[in-house]
Ligand binder design. Sequence first.
Ligand SMILES: [Zn+2]
Length: 479
Amino acid sequence: MAEQSPITPRAKDFPEWYQDVIRAADLAEPAHVIKGAMVIKPNGYAIWEKIQRELDTRFKATGHRNAYFPLFIPESFLKKEAEHVEGFSPELAVVTIGGGKELEERYVVRPTSETIIGHFFAKWIQTHRDLPMLINQWANVVRWEMRTRMFLRTSEFLWQEGHTAHATHEESLKETLQMLDVYADFAENVMAMPVVKGRKTLNEKFAGAVMSYCIEGMMQNGWALQAGTSHDLGQNFGKAFDVKFQTVEGKSEYVWQTSWGVSTRLIGGLIMTHSDDAGLICPPKLATYHVVIVPIFKNDAERAATTEVARRLAADLKAKDLTVVVDDRDERPGAKYFEWERKGACARIEIGPKDLEKNSFAFKRRDLEKKEFVPMSGGVAHVLAQMDAMQGDLLRRARAFRDAGTKRQDTWDGLKAQMEGPGGFGSAHWCGDGKCEAQVKEETKVTIRCIPLDNPQEAGACVRCGRPSQERVLFARSY
Ligand SMILES: [Zn+2]
């Protein structure tokens, strides 16, 4: 009996495919009883834990320490930074009653923590000796969303937010760009997701920042995903929260701040970068399951023999820090194969009676078609080498896709045709005028994802209005 695939093909309906992969891999489900919220299930949370571990190590290596600030923020705090409150007001959840009584001052559930952290920075920072202040928080935040998509946009999500204060703008800008590099390195070397580092246009920047920087990945449907942001806050929050320090010369000055964050949205990016019509594909560095070993048997004697060898091999692989499952359930092998493909196990090993005779096993990587036969003696080394190879191959494949989907466009018709057709990144000139940018967005839903860093300077004409331009920007549909 043929296995009915529970997954809608990507080519047929990409958003359906995305939901199906999440369900088939048992990563998460919509909460339903709470509008716009989701439950992250153990298979999905295990990926988040690995993301956290990798990032946390990098944050600490760059001098940051973790702290935790309250979930509730006095409403008045948000109002202290005009642009910040305007940007976040439409998506705030507000607490008006506590302990059965109407609150004197309403609390907002944090949409981000610049304001409350600014309040405490003002208490903690007195002199230049207290700087730089390098803090990170792992937390949940709430942004009331009308249209939600699991992992990509939910009313509550998990993230980390870095908050730092510095004595000079030179230092805070260096920090902003350093953390952008940390994110880009993580995206490429752990998630195997190539990203473009760039700065946002003023229309797209964080509410309250002087300049926002981002990393943008290209998903398999040609849409962009903003995977992380790092903000140069200038002295905006320093002034709003009166965060002053005494300089070496004895003068009183406002601090220069940064904030930077990535969220569980990364898991959405991971799915849409690598997975296929059979289910989840996950790079080994983040995979919940590395190897599944399926013993093949027709009777009890064969079952005992193959399972014993499977368990021994599993123990050897576990000793190398791989997550291994021996699937000896009473179930057809084919059904097991499909299930573990859906769940994104990086590789499958089959051990049957014939393999025992030959002292070998069958090995199949999740991202490749071919199955190979591997001698048991070099088995562990082979699997380890293949995990490394898979990590590298996924990045190369994703980069080739991204590069092929990035096209230089010199006419509005050309850009429009690309965006209405295959999508991807359209590299085109833009005059720098926010109104022109807004017009493009209104007409096509396409936005400027970023102005790539290290962009070559070249004279050109804005693809929309024809006015002069000095550099190209990346246009795309985006999540
Ligand atoms: Zn223009």
